[in-house]
Design a protein around this ligand. Structure first.
Ligand SMILES: Nc1ncnc2c1ncn2[C@@H]1O[C@H](COP(=O)(O)OP(=O)(O)OP(=O)(O)O)[C@@H](O)[C@H]1O
Length: 328
């Protein structure tokens, strides 16, 4: 049973789509696609959870059901105590949604006017609105473009504006679908630290869908992995790493070219001029490795590469032999 601490409660939820395919003159074939199958999880108030999976896994379908714009074919859903499809309007005041690059801002208006409209729609008290806006403008560095019409903003600026609009009413639960996709480095860093801080300080519950392992690393202790509409993993990111094994890559730029480095706990897999690639187990920290390389070699620069979400899911599913998707 969910308690008052439960922000999102999903029990045995299923969503099917009926597909009709033309197979010849006057002939149509009907099939049923199970976009989400028997999905169960709960998210406690104040948690930030990564919701991962490859394209077509069922992530957007889940979020649309949590918002209330899609009705489940079966099972039970509650968000902040409400049934999303039946109590959509009441729930709308308590949740925020950021859906990829589809912006909820008014295209021809300056950002500031869009925020003002959000204030009126959500009836945010003026004092709280001013306090939130000042804080968000500062955290997301909106100052230089808050008076610019949305259509003139870069993708990263627009995303920072969209996130501001979603968080202005102090929602209890926020769904973010690919909030950092295609963003420049500055915007990505601003968005990540904003989410981290808002979750920590305000206790906002956040469900984050992303293909960027950097987002997950920085923001989510807990991850859920979905594929073919089924939950394949729900637990700590470290446990997922440990379960799938796998490796991470450290790319090192040295001041001079040299033979492959010899570093404990890692293996050089490629050398190209002054650049070398080392692989090390994904469930260990990169920190000791970085220290050793820095102490013993003429280090100029380095980056740690995360395994792609697709690789993680593929490994998870080959180790666990989860059932194949159902169509029929
Ligand atoms: N309205 C619809 N009608 C028919 N099939 C649909 C509909 N919406 C989604 N699907 C199908 O349901 C499955 C899950 O789609 P969904 O959009 O939830 O995946 P996703 O995990 O969000 O993928 P992506 O990362 O590409 O956004 C896919 O096979 C998709 O084609």
């Amino acid at each position: 049973m969910p308690d008052s601490d439960t922000a999102i409660d999903v029990q045995n939820v299923t969503r099917t789509f009926v597909l009709r395919r033309r197979t010849g003159w006057m002939r149509r074939e009907r099939s049923v696609l199970h976009a989400v199958s028997d999905l169960s999880f709960t998210v406690r108030a104040g948690e930030m959870v990564g919701y991962l999976g490859p394209n077509g896994a069922g992530k957007s379908t889940t979020i649309k059901m949590l918002v209330g714009i899609l009705t489940p074919s079966g099972g039970r859903l509650r968000v902040a105590g409400f049934d999303p499809s039946r109590q959509r309007l009441r729930l709308a005041r308590r949740i925020g949604v950021v859906f990829g690059q589809r912006s909820a801002l008014w295209y021809d208006l300056p950002l500031r006017d869009s925020f003002e409209l959000v204030r009126r729609i959500y009836r945010i008290p003026p004092e709280r609105y001013r306090r939130n806006l000042d804080e968000f403008v500062d955290l997301l560095d909106l100052g230089p473009f808050v008076d610019t019409p949305v259509r003139q903003l870069s993708l990263g600026q627009r995303m920072r504006g969209t996130i501001t609009a979603a968080f202005l009413p102090n929602p209890e639960v926020v769904y973010l679908d690919e909030p950092t996709i295609g963003l420049d480095v500055v915007s990505k860093a601003a968005v990540r630290s904003f989410l981290e801080r808002t979750n920590r300080e305000q206790g906002t519950t956040i469900l984050l869908t992303t293909h960027d392992m950097g987002d997950v690393e920085q923001l989510c202790r807990r991850v859920m992995v979905i594929d073919h509409g089924r939950l394949g993993f729900d637990g700590e990111l470290a446990a997922l790493r440990a379960r799938i094994g796998g490796v991470r890559t450290l790319r090192v730029d040295l001041a001079v070219s040299m033979p492959a480095m010899a570093v404990e706990g890692a293996e050089v897999v490629r050398v190209e001029g002054t650049r070398q690639w080392l692989q090390f187990p994904a469930d260990t920290s990169a920190a000791p490795l970085v220290s050793e390389v820095a102490a013993r070699y003429p280090l100029v620069d380095l980056t740690v590469g995360e395994p792609a979400i697709e690789d993680i899911v593929a490994r998870l599913y080959t180790t666990d032999r989860l059932p194949a998707p159902r169509v029929g």
